[in-house]
Design a protein around this ligand. Structure first.
Ligand code: C2E
Ligand code: MG
Ligand code: MG
Ligand code: MG
Length: 292
């Protein structure tokens, strides 16, 4: 039997979910104008190759500068874009902006720099992602090898056949594929065998305090061994602390992304980061003493 508080709780929940629904609707309305109003921008988070001691590229991360709310997190607005059917358009905008920016990195003269662009599962449903990506590369005269497409493990696992076709088409062009948030998506080993990809990104949750957590250590070691066995690359994401970096490096991971090296940066700051290899070397070399 419902206690005296039963109905009140229900009312509270109703009021709270109605408010959340209104907020989501307001967000969706604002998102509809965001592209035309130039409210989106990209940040670039450096990816570090510890073996060569240099920046190997960057992941492009979408930002939305809302006129009143300020910066809104992509974890909040990307699901709304997906549900509202806007992700294809915004995703193409991001791809185009990232390729244009990556083309300008040639001038830096620090060796090739790849750009990684996130693609949502909903974009796989859309009309011919493959030919749109191809045309975007041509528009900016960007070599296909300089572009990496990131798809989460869960998106790949949700529709293996579709992911397989997309991956084959993109790899045929010379574009690299990275599986994002690896270890969180429940993909089967048979799916991993069917899909052809170039890189695994170890999810941050396994990287956090890896030097002190045996469960995370077992998972990271397995993923590193899996990548090695498959002959593909592996990068650790969300590396925040020196201890995490050192542990992973000692256990065979040589690519890193995370606040320990750099947060996502505006385009000019990313270029400045690349132009200053001494700062990166200091950070890597300081650690080299312990790495042995
Ligand atoms: P993701 O692709 O796994 O990107 C990594 C996220 O971790 C980014 O969050 C990044 O800022 C954050 N991060 C990087 N290093 C660290 C670290 O050391 N510590 C911590 N705590 N966080 C770190 P962000 O930028 O908020 O993006 C969140 C997610 O939104 C992304 O996760 C990706 O799934 C999605 N996303 C971002 N941009 C795009 C886009 O252009 N298209 C699509 N479809 N999704 C995007
Ligand atoms: Mg990503
Ligand atoms: Mg990730
Ligand atoms: Mg993530």
């Amino acid at each position: 039997a419902a206690g005296p508080e039963g109905p009140i709780q229900v009312q509270r929940i109703d009021a709270a979910s109605a408010a959340a629904e209104r907020d989501r609707y307001a967000l969706e309305q604002d998102l509809r104008g965001a592209l035309a109003n130039g409210e989106f921008e990209l940040r670039y988070q450096p990816q570090i190759d510890a073996a060569s001691g240099r920046v190997s590229g960057a992941e492009a991360l979408l930002r939305w500068r809302h006129p009143e709310r300020g910066m809104v997190s992509p974890t909040l607005f990307i699901p709304v874009l997906e549900e509202a059917g806007l992700i294809e358009e915004v995703g193409l905008w991001a791809l185009n902006a990232a390729c244009r920016e990556a083309r300008s990195w040639h001038r830096l003269g620090q060796g090739p720099l790849t750009v990684a662009v996130n693609v949502s599962a909903h974009q796989l449903d859309g009309a011919d992602l493959h030919s749109r990506i191809k045309r975007t590369l041509e528009r900016h005269s960007l070599r296909a090898g300089m572009l990496e497409i990131e798809l989460t493990e869960s998106a790949a696992a949700a529709d293996v056949n579709r992911a397989e076709r997309l991956f084959e088409g993109l790899r045929g062009l010379g574009i690299h594929i990275a599986i994002d948030d690896f270890g969180t998506g429940f993909s089967s080993l048979s799916a991993l065998r069917v899909l052809a990809f170039d890189k695994i990104k170890i999810d941050r949750q396994f990287v956090t305090e890896v030097e002190a957590r045996r469960d995370s250590q077992a998972i990271c070691q397995s993923v590193i061994a899996l990548a090695r066995g498959l002959g593909i690359r592996v990068i650790a994401e969300g590396v925040e602390r020196e201890e995490e970096y050192l542990w992973l490096r000692r256990h065979g991971c040589s690519e890193f992304q995370g606040y320990y090296f750099s947060p996502p940066l505006g385009a000019p700051d990313f270029q400045a980061f690349v132009r200053n290899p001494a700062a990166l070397r200091d950070r890597l070399a300081l650690d080299a003493r312990h790495v042995q």
